[in-house]
Design a protein around this ligand. Structure first.
Ligand SMILES: Nc1ncnc2c1ncn2[C@@H]1O[C@H](COP(=O)(O)OP(=O)(O)OP(=O)(O)O)[C@@H](O)[C@H]1O
Length: 363
């Protein structure tokens, strides 16, 4: 029997609430018998924490996170899971683990990354072989906070000394990752950009994932300079594509928000590189998504009440090779432009059409 759906939200994002209310759902609090909870990751983790909570979900409840989403979404864990997956694929002699001169052909989609301070010596070994530019990112932060670039070891040493870092080698909120910087990104009008794509997962075992048809590019507002080496490594407006960073720059345009739809990108690239290469690029991106999910599938929760919409951040280099930068468990639902609002409303609608049973009124 259908009953009126109830929903609960931790966030006041209007794209969500408008959608739920349009369906006639009733807004309730977290303690009030909800059917559908759009929560933040912390609330979700607390809800599933059997030591502090004895909440048991009933058959007619669903929630928008897997309790251990961090296996995919924390920068250091993603790297570790992908490394382990590659080893497993090698053991089974899978074609996907093909190696040429010690380099993976198909599973080389994350820039080489080390966890600091734990992997400092491994990083030094790699750095001595190939110095180039590296990017430092704190594991526990987002929106570009705490990120900086280095192209000399002395910069890292100076930073560590000033920060009195590391105090010890345990993984804490002070843990950083250091990744090889993609020095040759594909530029459009001289500017760097990344892609934000959305992937819905309703189950990891068996893996059931859906890639949302639409996405967008986020452009830097300052031109990128690269000849034989990256210049202006301190100019974050040329290097970090996060909207939260770009918004603080003088050149940020709040009408288009530095965003372009993936449809526009495809048309533009087809014009300059040809449709065949564009198709290959987007096939390669789907391949990255699939294998990143397979890399965590065995460690993810099997709870049938959970689904998750991931925000994939991809950088394309000038050879049209896509690189996975990060996976977000709570991609922003803030709407900075009109097109943003349309896209995000469509995204929420599509998610609901998959996660709700066909009647759409009860879970
Ligand atoms: N290896 C890399 N090579 C080139 N650019 C990179 C690399 N890693 C990150 N960037 C740039 O830095 C930006 C911030 O990186 P990242 O998304 O990992 O950090 P964040 O602060 O966690 O952001 P978010 O708010 O999306 O979680 C990216 O959007 C990208 O533009």
């Amino acid at each position: 029997m259908n009953h009126q759906m109830t929903f609960c939200v931790d966030t006041e994002r209007s794209v969500l609430i408008e959608n739920f209310e349009k369906r006639g759902w009733i807004h309730v609090g977290p303690e009030d018998g909800w059917n559908f909870y759009w929560t933040n990751v912390n609330t979700c983790r607390n809800l599933f924490n059997t030591e502090t909570n004895n909440y048991t979900m009933t058959d007619n409840q669903i929630i928008n996170h897997f309790p251990n989403h961090y296996e995919l979404c924390r920068k250091d864990l993603l790297m570790r899971n992908v490394r382990r997956y590659r080893r497993e694929m090698q053991k089974t002699k899978s074609a996907v683990a093909k190696c040429i001169s010690g380099k993976f052909v198909y599973l080389d989609f994350i820039p080489t990354t080390f966890v600091l301070p734990t992997d400092y010596h491994l990083f030094l070994e790699e750095y001595s072989k190939n110095p180039s530019t590296w990017i430092m990112k704190p594991c526990g932060k987002s929106q570009g906070a705490g990120i900086f670039l280095i192209d000399k070891l002395s910069q890292l040493k100076k930073w560590a000394k000033e920060k009195k870092y590391p105090k010890n080698s345990a993984i804490t909120k002070n843990t950083y990752i250091i990744s090889r910087y993609i020095e040759n990104p594909l530029l459009i009008c001289g500017k760097k950009f990344d892609l934000r794509l959305y992937v819905l997962v309703t189950s990891f075992q068996p893996l059931k994932a859906y890639q949302f048809k639409f996405g967008f590019c986020r452009f830097c507002s300052v031109k990128y300079k690269y000849d034989s080496q990256v210049s202006d490594i301190n100019c974050l407006f040329a290097h970090l594509t996060n909207v939260s960073v770009q918004k603080q720059g003088n050149d940020y345009n709040c009408i288009h928000g530095g965003k372009w739809s993936t449809e526009n990108l495809k048309l533009y690239l087809a014009g300059i590189r040809g449709e065949k290469l564009v198709k290959k690029l987007f096939d390669d991106i789907s391949h990255i998504i699939l294998h990143s999910l397979k890399a965590v599938r065995n460690v993810m929760s099997r709870d049938k009440h959970c689904f998750e919409c991931y925000g994939y951040d991809i950088i394309v280099d000038e050879k049209l090779k896509p690189w996975l930068i990060e996976v977000n468990s709570s991609p922003s639902l803030t709407c900075t432009t009109v097109s943003d609002r349309l896209l995000k409303s469509k995204l929420i609608d599509s998610i609901l059409s998959v996660v709700l049973p066909p009647s759409g009124t009860s879970v």
